[in-house]
Design a binder for this molecule. Sequence first.
Ligand SMILES: *Cc1c(COP(=O)(O)O)cnc(C)c1O
Length: 388
Amino acid sequence: METPPPVPLVHASLGEKELAAVAEVFSSGWPAGQGPRGKALEAQLAERYEVADAVAASNCGAALHLALLALGVEPGDEVIVADYTFPAPAQAVRYVDAVPVFADVRADTGTVDPRSVADLITPRTVGVIAVDTLGVPADYGQLQTIADRHGLFLVEDAACAVGATYRGRQAGALAEVGCLSFHGRKGATSGEGGALLARDPRIGADARLRSSFGIGSIFDMGKVVGLPIPEFTEIGYNYKLSDIAAAILQVQLGRVDELLARRNAVAAQYTELLADEELLTVPFVPEDRTHAWQSYVVTLDAGVDRSAVAAELRGQGIGCGQGAWATHVQPVFRSRQKCPVSADLFARNLAVPMHAELTPDQVERVVNALRGAVRTHSTATRSTGGAA
Ligand SMILES: *Cc1c(COP(=O)(O)O)cnc(C)c1O
């Protein structure tokens, strides 16, 4: 029997239009950052997200770092971070020598639990980083109320959530500062890339300055008559996005609706086919928000051997992964905190192939393989009507 071709976990949708945009940058002679393409991308982002300023950055980790610097986080400050996520928020807190405090998450969405955030506030707390976990926005209504009551900043890590919405508003613009990722595994991509979205133009200006070693755009300086020598007034970084990447992103942003429609269709098919499977739980999306489906993650029953399931899927050429991480148990943070819900999701979640190129046949194949694997590797008694 012929083995069917593999079904990868992720696949970036980059094509001819993106290639043509890159070719244009090559002939323009300015491939570096903060050139005409970068400026155009920033304008496009500011318009799309209805924010005062958008700063293109080399990646979302850089955008989070710039956000914390612009918000004035100081060494020793405590910043509450969502625990169940790619651990970039806690890393960013450590970049500025501040202390990440891990907030547990909702079991149904994996997003930060506002009650957990409220419980962790101390006199040293300066802010909160919420995460739109795997593409579903957090509870910004409640989080903003808590932040306002205690005078804290609220940052939205919307790395996975381009195209998602919360109460009709775009994910990425749900807090005073939002950070986006355009990594190859996210819904819109330039390979690597990111952006910081700011409601306050001073935050945007500060982030832009520090993203280019603390001086303004070299491209702009080249147009000035005479020879004004710019001064370095801040310690900055090189967190600029190249104009090559910016050109790719301009095309990708124009395709977000199209790509998201396909991810939505894949998610709907998975959910329809898996909803009745007792050995796993399908993702939950609250009524007041929409998912960007960066990943499609199921939670396996406690009696299912996840690594055996994963090995079986991979053996059949089907990509899978653990989903996000429980941050507090990562060795680098040496935390003694407990986030039991996050730890449980980290132990039981399984990400299955999700991208815009998946066909209905492939989804069906994944579902059949997954169903078979969870049944084979479950300790649960499946006989109906038997004793508990
Ligand atoms: C992917 C991801 C990041 C990191 O994004 P990069 O652009 O790769 O730096 C940050 N936060 C979350 C929640 C992510 O999923």
